[in-house]
Unconditional design. Structure first.
Length: 139
């Protein structure tokens, strides 16, 4: 889905939290999509480390974990958003755009527990597995 979006370029991918930190340091991407359940280093800890090595990179969590506590912990790392994988088909693109613009985005199904949320509907479906994508906005 994001690979087809004009203005975005995928510059790296990994399925491991430690590798995500290393790639973030090397590539300094504009946006990093992180899953919570990454091997070697979970997404929340990876986000904390990424903040240190690539402070300008924005982070968007994409997770199947519906726990409000986990979402709050993920956002407490300085991440700009949290999208549930079940909602990714309709929310991933607007979440990506919002976070790149410096706005906060939380999946609509969790929004009742947070002050901000945004939704856009679409018929496109997507299946996401454990993932990390490093994106660079083309200006």
């Amino acid at each position: 889905m994001l690979r087809k979006e004009q203005g975005l370029q995928v510059i790296g991918e990994t399925s491991d939290g430690l590798e995500a930190v290393q790639q973030a340091q090397e590539l300094q991407p504009d946006l990093i999509l992180l899953d919570i359940g990454l091997p070697t280093l979970n997404g929340i800890e990876a986000a904390r480390r990424i903040r240190e090595v690539s402070p300008a990179s924005k982070i968007l969590f994409v997770s199947e974990n519906r726990s409000v506590g986990i979402a709050e912990e993920a956002l407490s790392t300085g991440a700009g958003g949290y999208v549930l994988k079940a909602d990714a088909a309709s929310e991933l693109l607007p979440a990506t755009k919002a976070v790149l613009e410096g706005k906060r985005f939380v999946s609509a199904s969790l929004a009742g527990h947070f002050l901000v949320a945004a939704t856009v509907s679409t018929t496109q479906t997507t299946l996401l597995t454990s993932m990390v994508m490093l994106l660079s906005g083309i200006r």
